[in-house]
Each structure stands twice: as C-alpha cells, then as structure tokens.
Design a protein around this ligand. Structure first.
Ligand code: ADP
Length: 453
C-alpha cells in the first residue's frame, strides 16, 4: 500500500509538473498545474478501473490457470486470490475423491443401502439396493420410497418407522420357484434423514429351515426304532413268554438297535465328510482292492436279503482296470458300496445287477451299477441325494436303509472331484454311475498290463 501511495503521489506530481510546464503558458502556471493534477488523477483512476475490471472478469470465471498477470496492489490481490482459489480447489478435489471412495465402498457392500431425506425421498442408493427393491438408479432418485416399494410388509414396517426394527419382505426378483427373502432395517441419522439397509437372507433362512428339517428327521428316525424297542422291553418285562417267542422278540430288538446304530454311523460319516477339507492326492488306493471289498459286501447283502426265499439276485461284476485312485479309501469304498448295496436292496430277486468299469474318452473312469429294479420316477431323481429323501420308504426301512446313503455318496464324490449320474426308467430299472476325474487316477498302460498279466 505504501508503494501504491508513493506511485499515486508521484503520478500526481508528474501530472502537476507537466500541466505547469505545458499548460502554464496558456492558463497560467497554477491553473496549468491544477489541470495536470486533475488529468493525472483521471488517468490513474481509468487505469485502476481497467485493472479492477480484469480481476473481476477473471473472478467471475474463477479459473486459477487464467489469472491475469499484473503488478502492484492488483497483482498481489490476484496472487492471493489465486492461492485461495487453488486451496479451495484442492479441498474440494480431496472432498470429491473421499466422497467417491466412500460411495464406491458402499457400492461394494453386499448389503443394499438407501439414503432417504426427511420426507422419505431417495437421495442415493447402491446397486444392491436397486436390485433388492427393483429401483432404477437414475429414474428413481428423488422419488418417494413408499411409492416405489409396494410390498405390504415393507409398507407396514416403513409406516411404523421403528429404528432398527427388522422388516422381512420378498425381494423384487422373487418368484414362486426362486423366492428371495430380504431383511430390511431403517436407522435415523442427521437431520431427520434415514438410512435403509437391506440384506438377502434367503440362504440363511433356507439353511435354518434345512437345520430344522434335519433335526425333525433325525428325531423321527430315532424315535421309530426306539418306540418299537421300548414296546418289546415292556412286553418282555410284563409277560411270561415262551422261549421261541422271547427269541423272536429279542431278534426284533436287535434289528431295531442295528437300525439305530446304522443311522448314528451314517450321521457321523456325513458330519465328518461335510466339515473336512478336500483329500489330498498323495494316498493311492488300488482299484482292485476297493472293488473286491465292494463285490464282497454286495454278495453278502444279497445272500442276507434273499436267504430262505429260494431266489437270488443275478450279480454280474465286470473286470476292474489295473490302476490306482487317490483319495480317502474308506469314503470311496462307502460310495461304491452304497450304489451296489442300493441296487441289491431295491431290486427284488431274481433281478439282475451289472457292475461295470469303463474308461471315458476324456480320461475319466466310470463305475456304473445297472439294476432291473423298480426304477425311479423322473421327478424324484433330482432329490434322491438329499438327506432322508426316500422314494420307497417301506423298502428302505425293511432293508436297513437310513435315507442317508446317497447323501453320503454325493458328498464323497464332491470331495473327490467326481460326478454322480443317475438314469432310471420307472418299472425297468436304474443306472447309477460314478465318474472319477482323470487327475485322481493312475491307470496302468497296456504295456504294464501285459507285464502284470
Ligand atoms: P436309503 O437308505 O433309503 O436307501 P439312499 O439315500 O441310499 O437311502 O437312497 C434314497 C432313495 O433313493 C431310496 O430311499 C430309494 O427310494 C431310492 N433309490 C436309491 N437307489 C435305488 C435303486 N437302485 N432303485 C430304486 N430306488 C432307489
């Protein structure tokens, strides 16, 4: 400011001197100096106004890069304003970046998030919420949420507006065959704003329903033999029985106890294989050994089921390829025996059961069990690997089935990267096949086979 005052005074002085010198001859020196002073003030003011105008024009646009280059007080003012503008630009860039990151984080959330203003209009929502509620991210912003989400459970919960209360409703993409269940919660924030959180609980509810069904099924499976057992115990305790009758009752009791034991055994197997990691590929088991065990069990089961009936199954076991498979021996054994066992149990004698091995073009090895039993209707096939799902309940129980056999097979095969294929024609028979993956097999080449032979 000191320089500015100095320049102003110097300009006035110069104007005065010029006026005194050039105009003095015509107007007299005093007047000439005064006019020179006045003219220099006008010129000073005009220059000042032009410079102020340049600064104002720049400020109107506010682009830091376009700042006018000036000296003096306007130059300094421009510099300071430029610095302030740059700072505020930096602040707003940082703020925008933070906001973008924050919104990206909410976008990445597996939960739906909707921000509502105090009148219930949508201010922002993420993609998940848009899918949950069927909202259009562009079209529906600033719309009343109550007008867009018409589910009655949501409408009732939204009207009650209890902070944090869980509203259970159907998602927009829900269909009868593929229900989508949502849990929605509302939380107030700021000045009357509300945060709406939605969470897909379909899998959770299904798991909970499965757990309930499982407990109910296990209780039912245990209660039945237990009731029979306690009935026999009561009879034995209260009635004098003939030796033959007593023996018959004890046989029945042993049968029921066996049934409970098989059930517990199968439950333990299931829980063990469900929770354990995939078996490594360092343990190699001979296919021949697995197969021998399996054929032996099938023959024993067939003999047991057909004893005294005068008819027996026609069991045919095809040749096993020379080689090894990697995995858990007991699990693979149980999967194969389950399939052959089921064929024996569900095929009335003298039905035929064919067990074959076949190498596939893609390197996999198929183990198939074909029977001439009752077959399975197409609608049951997708469900028979579910726990306790039975097509023929009485045959299953009569022959010692627990309803868990194929569920165990499914899990064992999943763990070993194998596939289960089921083909069946009602009244004609069924074919169950396991396709073992090539990466778990070590099959002997023809040269090796010749040496082994
Ligand atoms: P279960 O112990 O009852 O045999 P599984 O899980 O092994 O239980 O089998 C499920 C159901 O699939 C059986 O109850 C039976 O109805 C049907 N099933 C399995 N294998 C055969 C088969 N070879 N022929 C006909 N039905 C079968």
């Amino acid at each position: 400011m000191l320089y500015r005052s100095f320049y102003f005074l110097a300009c006035q002085l110069l104007g005065g001197v010029i006026g005194w010198h050039f105009l003095g001859r015509h107007l007299g020196h005093d007047r000439g100096a005064l006019v020179g002073l006045a003219l220099s003030s006008v010129v000073w003011l005009a220059i000042d106004l032009i410079r102020a105008g340049r600064v104002l024009r720049w400020l109107r646009v506010g682009d830091v890069r376009e700042a006018p280059q000036m000296h003096g007080v306007w130059g300094e003012a421009t510099d300071r304003m430029r610095r302030l503008l740059r700072q505020s630009e930096q602040v707003s860039t940082d703020f925008e970046r933070q906001l973008r990151e924050f919104l990206a984080a909410i976008q990445a959330s597996p939960n739906g998030v909707v921000l509502l203003n105090p009148t219930g209009h949508i201010e922002w929502c993420n993609q998940v919420a848009a899918e949950h509620f069927g909202l259009d991210l562009e079209r529906d912003v600033h719309q009343q949420i109550g007008n867009l989400v018409r589910d009655p459970a949501f409408a009732a919960g939204y009207a009650r507006a209890v902070p944090g209360a869980r509203i259970l409703m159907l998602g927009r993409t829900s269909t009868a065959s593929r229900p989508v269940r949502l849990a929605v919660q509302m939380h107030p924030y700021g000045d009357g704003h509300r945060l709406l959180l939605s969470h897909d609980v379909t899998a959770l509810e299904q798991a909970e329903a499965m757990r309930r069904d499982f407990v109910a099924n296990v209780s039912h499976e245990i209660r039945t033999p237990l009731t029979v057992l306690s009935g026999f115990v009561e009879t034995l305790q209260n009635f004098p029985l003939e030796e033959a009758e007593r023996r018959r009752y004890l046989d029945h009791m042993a049968q029921q106890a066996d049934r409970m034991q098989s059930l517990v055994q199968d439950l333990l197997t299931l829980s063990r294989i469900e929770g354990s990691p995939m078996p490594g590929s360092s343990d190699w088991i001979s296919l021949r050994k697995l197969y021998a065990e399996c054929t032996h069990e099938a023959q024993a089961l067939s003999a047991l089921l057909t004893a005294g009936k005068g008819k027996s199954h026609m069991l045919h076991f095809g040749p096993v390829p020379e080689g090894e498979i990697s995995g858990v021996s007991s699990e693979l054994q149980s999967a194969m025996s389950n399939l052959v066992g089921n064929a024996v149990r569900y095929t009335p004698a003298p039905g035929r059961i064919d067990v074959e091995w076949q190498t596939q073009a893609d390197g996999r090895l198929a183990f198939s069990v074909q029977d001439t039993g009752p077959g399975i209707a197409a609608e049951h096939i997708p469900r028979i690997t579910e726990r306790f799902y039975r097509v023929d309940t009485s045959r299953s129980r009569e022959t010692g089935g627990t309803g868990l056999g194929l569920a165990i097979v499914k899990h064992v095969l999943q763990r070993h990267g194998a596939e289960l294929r089921i083909e069946s024609t009602l009244g004609q028979g069924s074919r169950f096949a396991i396709l073992f993956p090539a990466n778990r097999l070590r099959l002997a080449t023809s040269k090796e086979k010749a040496v082994l032979a």
